[in-house]
Design a binder for this molecule. Structure first.
Ligand SMILES: NC(=O)C1=CN([C@@H]2O[C@H](COP(=O)(O)OP(=O)(O)OC[C@H]3O[C@@H](n4cnc5c(N)ncnc54)[C@H](O)[C@@H]3O)[C@@H](O)[C@H]2O)C=CC1
Ligand SMILES: O=C(CO)COP(=O)(O)O
Length: 320
């Protein structure tokens, strides 16, 4: 809709012919965005080859588990196209971020990511929103800013594609913990502690992977962490909330009926943090709750009784 309202013709690729026809006829997508009119400039279609051939700029919004499978046979068609991932996940086994998978599939495409505090429902409802486009390709960033900018949506640019993308993927895990804490009636101090220690933890991990920690101070880092850890509109938060109400993980995911990337990210992140020997007590704690039968109280108890630590890892003061 943002693109269409800037007079750009838009193709929306989807799998289900009935859904595509319904969107084209009724101008609504009631399963995912009830009550939001789909503008006339958007045409839904199931023909991916035709969409790729017709479009110069492609926003890839597939769930992380589907991205490689869906696009892998289109390598030649994607040559020279501008591909922007909006997917916030990490591939199991390879630990690749989505734009890295796009590069892998289509080495001659131009690749970037769009990430930030961007709850889909609020973007669709024209809540004032900011996002980040990140790519080493400056012209690509400018193009994305130009086509998306409007009265309610503003795009900032970054050269740090890896840091921006990593921030978007990691925060989902902490949103599950935040939702859980909310359901269990934990205090505002506790919620703030969890968010801030989450930022410390994700930054520590990112630095170990060679990312720039300053990126985590931006919209795609702390910005997205705040919105996802505080909003009941976040699906990861909702999964956490359901867990805090006593549902099992399967029940929580089934009740949601949409993608909550944090569940898969948790598994790959736990394994990677062990492999790299990065201290991530929140990730290890959530993993222990979901897969080893521990409780949130036990995990928070562990945090509170751990050996004294410094507040911010990257400030070194003599004697600390
Ligand atoms: N919804 C949001 O507020 C935001 C979502 N994202 C990211 O966008 C990505 C997608 O999430 P949503 O669209 O929100 O999830 P969703 O659960 O609302 O929708 C996922 C869509 O992907 C389709 N899909 C699933 N498997 C597919 C396949 N193999 N081939 C083609 N289509 C397939 C589903 O039919 C559904 O239409 C996630 O990585 C999420 O983190 C990023 C920013 C905001
Ligand atoms: O990434 C998002 C907001 O920026 C959406 O978060 P959820 O996937 O948890 O709904």
């Amino acid at each position: 809709n943002l693109l269409a309202s800037n007079q750009h013709p838009v193709r929306l690729w989807m799998r289900d012919p009935q859904q595509a026809q319904a969107i084209n006829e009724n101008r609504q997508n009631p399963r995912y965005l009830k009550g939001v009119p789909v503008l006339d400039g958007v045409t839904a279609t199931t023909d991916l080859a035709a969409v790729i051939a017709e479009c110069e700029l492609i926003f890839v919004a597939l769930p992380s588990t589907a991205l490689r499978t869906v696009l892998t046979s289109y390598a030649d068609a994607l040559r020279d196209k501008m591909l922007i991932s909006t997917t916030k996940g990490i591939e199991a086994n390879t630990f690749m971020l989505m734009s890295q998978i796009l590069e892998d599939i289509a080495p001659f495409a131009r690749v970037g990511v769009l990430s930030g505090p961007n709850l889909a429902r609020e973007v669709a409802a024209h809540a004032l929103t900011a996002s980040v486009v990140a790519s080493e390709d400056q012209a690509l960033c400018q193009e994305v800013q130009t086509v998306l900018h409007g009265p309610t949506f503003r795009v900032y640019a970054s050269r740090d594609r890896f840091g921006v993308e990593l921030g978007g993927a990691l925060k989902n895990v902490y949103a599950i913990i935040a939702g859980m804490a909310a359901a269990m009636g934990m205090g505002e101090n506790t919620k703030s502690m969890l968010i801030t220690r989450a930022l410390a933890e994700m930054t520590r991990f990112a630095v170990k992977l060679g990312a720039n920690p300053m990126t985590f101070l931006g919209l795609a880092g702390v910005g997205d962490l705040i919105v996802t850890c505080t909003s009941p509109k976040s699906r990861n938060y909702q999964v956490g909330f359901a867990l805090g109400e006593g549902l099992s993980l399967d029940e929580a995911v089934t009740r949601l009926g949409e993608v909550a990337e944090g569940v898969n990210t948790l598994k790959v992140l736990k394994a990677k943090s062990q492999e790299l020997d990065v201290y991530m007590p929140l990730v290890a704690g959530l993993y222990a709750i979901l897969f080893e039968g521990r409780t949130l109280e036990q995990i928070i108890g562990g945090l509170m009784s751990g050996e004294p630590k410094t507040d911010v890892d990257f400030i070194s003061i003599d004697g600390f």
